[in-house]
Ligand binder design. Structure first.
Ligand SMILES: [Fe+2]
Ligand SMILES: [Fe+2]
Length: 186
């Protein structure tokens, strides 16, 4: 059977493929699509908080940066996929939730999303271990696991601070005073 140009190119790609299970390739594609979905959702959130009737420039900047970071994550995995001789398959990105009642609501949704992404990364890492793929384990550990945990701590801090500002104003303000450096020797 005659090979078309695409098949030949694909075969050349496969020549350098080694110890890269199909199951890992599929899970990596799922991860790419999860990152792009998160990027799309954060972009929607960023411009929701930029609306003139909402006007929260801090939230706008935070979610805009988050959106760019998720796209970077997707591209990092796509670059890796090509290095391993895998085939990138992008799916359509679901429509993001269009608006949120307030900042707390949006931050809680972001936390839920990050925990889902982290769960998928941990599953991917476990699969790479099961398939005896140390290169993939190393890639996930070096580029994603710690950054995920750091990001989740930041979100949890923002949620706690905002909840405190809403329900325990005295506690919230007193902590700002404690952190103000008014008595640096103590
Ligand atoms: Fe991410
Ligand atoms: Fe993230």
């Amino acid at each position: 059977m005659a090979w078309c140009f695409r098949d030949i190119r694909r075969h050349m790609c496969m020549l350098m493929r080694q110890n890269f299970a199909k199951s890992c390739e599929k899970k990596l594609n799922d991860q790419i699509n999860m990152e792009l979905k998160a990027s799309h959702q954060y972009l929607a959130m960023a411009y929701h908080f930029d609306r003139s009737d909402i006007s929260s420039p801090g939230m706008h900047r935070f979610f805009l940066k988050a959106s760019a970071e998720e796209r970077e994550h997707a591209e990092k995995i796509m670059t890796y996929m090509n290095k391993r001789g895998g085939l990138i398959i992008l799916s359509s990105v679901p429509q993001p939730l269009p608006c949120f009642a307030n900042s707390l609501d949006a931050l809680k949704h972001a936390m839920k999303m990050e925990l889902e992404v982290n769960k998928h990364l941990l599953d991917l890492h476990a699969l790479a271990g099961k398939e005896a793929d140390p290169n993939l384990c190393d890639f996930i550990e070096a580029n994603f696991l710690q950054e995920q945990v750091d990001g989740q701590k930041i979100l949890a801090d923002y949620i706690s601070q905002l909840e405190k500002a809403q329900s325990q104003v005295g506690e919230f303000l007193f902590d700002k005073y404690m952190g103000s450096g008014m008595h640096p020797a103590k």
